[in-house]
Design a protein around this ligand. Structure first.
Ligand SMILES: C[S@@+](CC[C@H](N)C(=O)[O-])C[C@H]1O[C@@H](n2cnc3c(N)ncnc32)[C@H](O)[C@@H]1O
Length: 214
């Protein structure tokens, strides 16, 4: 079934209350959970679902602001009968409403919107204000993984990572020809790969605490 109307989706997503924290809810079911792996902007959920299926001993959370794609991600999780993955319907700007400091072991940002205009730079999910939030919910030494097809965004991200004191472990402008074992693909990654576009990838570690205000 393909649902087009937003109002229909807002109703339909309620069927997935065991999987999705709906907008306005808080993540009490995440209380006390540690070692979480979190994808920001999880879209249709292909990546987080595949990771959860391959790592049943771990717990995964996808954060997604658009209800329409979130609905399809929730359906995917239900169809996979996975009990180690949840979704949050909300904006990454509100991460601290769901997570406590030190809960995340890894944060993934995959093919986030590049917001090419300079005046929109603060909306990029790799902007320092977001990095501060990811750092805040992470364990010391927590990992950050970033994939994009957009080289300008990649260069911007590397500058922001350096500003926030992240230690780069690996960086490449062509992930699929880098020798790195890229086990889990995202929907956008498959799309760009089919078009022959290289994927930039960076793995980094949160080290020193970034300043709260910039
Ligand atoms: C280009 S899609 C990529 C989807 C998926 N990560 C992939 O690689 O296939 C980016 C996703 O990030 C979501 N997004 C953008 N800004 C967000 C924010 N501030 N908080 C949560 N999700 C966001 C969008 O709604 C969209 O679904």
């Amino acid at each position: 079934m393909r649902l087009r109307k937003n109002s229909a989706l807002t109703e339909a997503i309620k069927e997935y209350a065991d999987i999705v924290f709906l907008r306005g809810q808080t993540g009490s079911a995440l209380l006390g959970k540690t070692g979480l792996e979190v994808e920001i902007g999880s879209g249709r959920g292909g990546f987080i679902t595949a990771l959860a299926a391959a790592n049943k001993e771990k717990f995964f959370v996808g954060v997604e602001s658009k209800t329409d794609v979130l609905y399809y991600a929730a359906r995917k999780i239900r169809d996979s009968a996975l009990s180690n993955v949840r979704l949050i319907e909300g904006d990454a700007a509100g991460l601290e409403n769901w997570f406590s400091p030190g809960q995340a072991e890894a944060v993934y940002i995959n093919f986030c919107d590049p917001w090419p205009k300079a005046r929109h730079g603060k909306r990029r999910l790799v902007f320092r204000d977001f990095l501060y939030k990811y750092h805040n919910i992470s364990v010391p030494g927590g990992r950050l993984y970033f994939k994009t097809d957009n080289r300008r965004l990649f260069a911007f991200a590397l500058e922001e990572f350096a500003f926030c004191g992240l230690k780069i472990i690996l960086q490449t402008l062509d992930l699929h020809n880098s020798g790195y074992e890229n086990q889990t693909w995202t929907e956008y990654e498959r799309k760009f790969h089919k078009l022959g576009l290289p994927v930039c990838f960076c793995a980094a570690v949160f080290c020193s605490a970034p300043e709260k205000t910039f």
